[in-house]
Design a protein around this ligand. Structure first.
Ligand code: DGP
Ligand code: DGP
Length: 125
């Protein structure tokens, strides 16, 4: 399926919750946002920033993506408030059990379309 801006928002945008999330944040949010159906998505990043801030990254520095050889990635010029969710090694589907880690980092996203909009979260650095 073609990556879409709707999927990006569902999987990565959480502007309204505070940047210092509770330890249970990832377990709740990964389930609520549909990333624990069929299998547990292994790594996922949530962004506690406005859509205007995230969309603007599509006009910031273009680069080769870290997790593919595509050239449609863009790195944020500033750091963003993010939460990194990682599946614990002990987790057994359907009980998807995640660690929740808050940080402030630059992010790299892939953008597509005209006007460019985010469609894929590539990495944080
Ligand atoms: P490491 O930090 O080395 O365990 O690598 C984790 C990888 O996962 C790294 O390539 C960045 C990537 N990653 C982080 N968040 C997301 C996400 O939300 N979606 C995808 N597809 N990859 C992510
Ligand atoms: P996620 O990485 O979790 O944000 O997944 C969103 C979609 O992006 C998924 O369908 C896989 C796709 N995708 C993976 N790598 C790239 C890439 O480098 N560029 C683009 N445009 N899409 C990618």
């Amino acid at each position: 399926r073609k990556p879409s801006v709707q999927d990006f928002k569902r999987q990565h945008m959480d502007p309204d919750s505070p940047p210092n999330s509770r330890p249970t944040y990832c377990n709740q949010m990964m389930k609520r946002r549909g990333m624990t159906k069929g299998s547990c998505k292994r790594v996922n990043t949530f962004l506690h920033e406005s859509w205007a801030t995230v969309k603007a990254i599509c006009s910031q520095r273009q680069m080769t993506c870290k997790t593919s050889s595509r050239n449609n990635c863009h790195k944020s010029s500033s750091t963003l408030h993010i939460t990194d969710c990682r599946l614990k090694g002990s987790s057994k589907y359907p009980n998807c059990d995640y660690t929740t880690t808050n940080s402030q980092k630059h992010i790299i996203i892939a953008c597509e379309g005209n006007p460019l909009v985010p469609v894929h979260f590539d990495a944080s650095v």
